[in-house]
Design a binder for this molecule. Sequence first.
Ligand SMILES: [Zn+2]
Length: 308
Amino acid sequence: MPEEYDILIKNASIVDGTGAPAYRGALAVKGDRVAALGKVEGDLMAAAETIIDGEGLVASPGFIDVHNHGDLSILYYPEAESFVRQGITTFVGGQCGNSPGPFGEYIGLPWVLGDLYVDLAPTLFNREWLIPRETLNPRHRELFGWEIDWNTMGEFFERVEAKGLSPNFAPLVGQGDVRSLVMGPDFEREATPDEIDEMTGHVERAMEDGCIGISVGRDYDPGIYASFDEFLACAKVAAKSGASTRATASAPGTGSPGGPGSSLRSRQRGSWRPSTSAGRRGCLSRFPTSAPATTSGPSGATSWPRRR
Ligand SMILES: [Zn+2]
């Protein structure tokens, strides 16, 4: 009597994720688990509700997208079909210093709302990093039927869980959003010690709420104005929870020569070192190459939020 499975993928090239060479075999699923792999008893004869012929195809574990901004769009597209169709089953969100919280009076640009931002604050190239929540929400409600009504990352996670989501989500808290919460639109400067102290409290809360690390973005508002000490203080608090630090150094063309964070040395100092100095593992998740800037405007501006 063949084993009963829900799904059987047969004749596939199996890449099992252990580093072993690919082999031809079958993969059986029961419920939400892989129930058998490779030498499935009864293999091609196994009974299953759905049988998929994997001839010419690869069956592998899901891919992890380690630099992703899907957390800023998961409430809008909870099924995340663009991930699933690429084989991505886990994403690390909150990169580049940008996460969907913590928010206060102002909302840091969720990139999925780019068109809405331009709608509210027309601009040719550089979108504003912050927009008042009370300006954003009425139009947001018109378009989507709901408002951005959370403050903390924990409250955001509750919204995500209520809607459900397809992929696994490994959240980072963005240092840029913590910075914006404390400094508001007055972010084009270094933070004071009191402000840094306040930021660390928000980072601590985000860690308690379930974030697995912190990210910094050195190439655009508002992180481009942050000092090394500010990053370090935030990274240290995150490190207490065993968190890691993700840093994003400048992308080609988005830093102004001579501006804060514009030299390679200052980028490295400002973005990479806080994690190692905080005694935790870090990950430099994007780094500039020597490629020339990709420009779209007379000032060399790109479509990214950037220092004015
Ligand atoms: Zn990014």
